[in-house]
Design a protein around this ligand. Structure first.
Ligand code: HEC
Ligand code: HEC
Ligand code: HEC
Ligand code: HEC
Length: 206
């Protein structure tokens, strides 16, 4: 029982307590709702830009010639073609028009016949190379060339792979690293020396 005299002073205290409890539960509810949303938000596609390819092609725009040529769906010898005439990719299991749109030569096409721009070659490649396509999408394959934070810019598949001969040939090895300070510089008397680590290893066994 509170003395009636004290009610006016006690009321705010009660209100404060009730409001504090309420606001605390509201404040607690907000982050947990946000946490529940988090997986859904992460699943939204990562936006990125692709470095465009059209201006890198020698024969683009293709329709400059192809619009006056009748489409020929026949697999044939392309000896008369001014550009690429054959392609080893897939070892004869598909033809040019598997990837190139027959009607609109300025575009590529998917196996379902959807038109795809020359800067979206991944939509063509990942139909058959889905694992690499997935790795590329998430950044584990390929190369990011801009923006370490925020929207990333990446290379599409054909920046590195020739679509007609896609295996990347092995490159020359890097030159050896310079000799460490304190070691004598390597001397070449026309004799082939063993690499320095082999000398160190054989000395350590004496
Ligand atoms: C200078 C003219 C010219 C340009 C530009 C050109 N082509 Fe061709 N293309 C030809 C000719 C000619 C043929 C061969 C037709 C034949 O032998 O029946 C050909 C054949 C082809 C074929 C073989 C299959 C078919 O339908 O005949 C493909 C695929 C092709 N071109 C794609 C392209 C693409 C993609 C571009 C643009 C990046 C391009 N061409 C630009 C002249 C051109
Ligand atoms: C596996 C799919 C695929 C096949 C099959 C294919 N191409 Fe292509 N082709 C591409 C892609 C992707 C590009 C774009 C290359 C780039 O971005 O550098 C391209 C580019 C070209 C270009 C433009 C090259 C330039 O620098 O201007 C020509 C011409 C061409 N292809 C002709 C052909 C011909 C002819 C055939 C059949 C003998 C063929 N392609 C088969 C996917 C393919
Ligand atoms: C229609 C299906 C198809 C499409 C589209 C396609 N590929 Fe291929 N790719 C193949 C096949 C089939 C092989 C050959 C595998 C073999 O010979 O063992 C191959 C081989 C390769 C290889 C060599 C892999 C290896 O293990 O030797 C690379 C790299 C490659 N493709 C990249 C690409 C790129 C980049 C594109 C897009 C421009 C593309 N592919 C589009 C079917 C496809
Ligand atoms: C930044 C350059 C780059 C980009 C972009 C890129 N690749 Fe690759 N890719 C490589 C290199 C390098 C290798 C390894 C070659 C090797 O080990 O012989 C490779 C390997 C591969 C292989 C296996 C080849 C083999 O011999 O086993 C496939 C298939 C492939 N890439 C497909 C793709 C596809 C599809 C895309 C686009 C979605 C793509 N790559 C984008 C550079 C790239």
């Amino acid at each position: 029982m509170f003395p009636s005299k004290n009610w006016q002073t006690m009321m705010p205290w009660w209100l404060v307590l009730v409001l504090t409890v309420l606001s605390a539960s509201v404040a607690n509810a907000q982050p947990s709702e946000a946490q529940a949303d988090a997986p859904a938000r992460l699943a939204v596609q990562t936006p990125f830009e692709i470095v465009p390819r059209e201006d890198r092609l020698t024969y683009y725009p293709c329709m400059a010639c192809h619009q006056v040529m009748e489409v020929n769906y026949q697999e044939r010898d392309l000896a008369q073609t001014p550009h690429l005439k054959e392609q080893p990719h897939g070892e004869g299991r598909f033809w040019c028009l598997t990837c190139h749109d027959p009607e609109d030569r300025n575009s590529l096409r998917t196996l379902k016949g959807e038109r795809v721009g020359f800067s979206e070659t991944h939509l063509v490649c990942e139909q058959c190379h889905s694992h690499r396509g997935q790795d590329w999408f998430h950044g584990a394959h390929g190369k990011r060339v801009d923006n370490w934070q925020g929207q990333r810019a990446i290379y599409t598949c054909t920046e590195c792979h020739d679509p007609h001969n896609p295996v990347i040939p092995p490159g020359p090895p890097d030159p050896p690293p310079p000799t460490r300070i304190g070691f004598p510089p390597p001397q070449d008397h026309g004799i082939k020396h063993a690499p320095i680590w082999e000398t160190v290893l054989s000395n350590s066994h004496r």
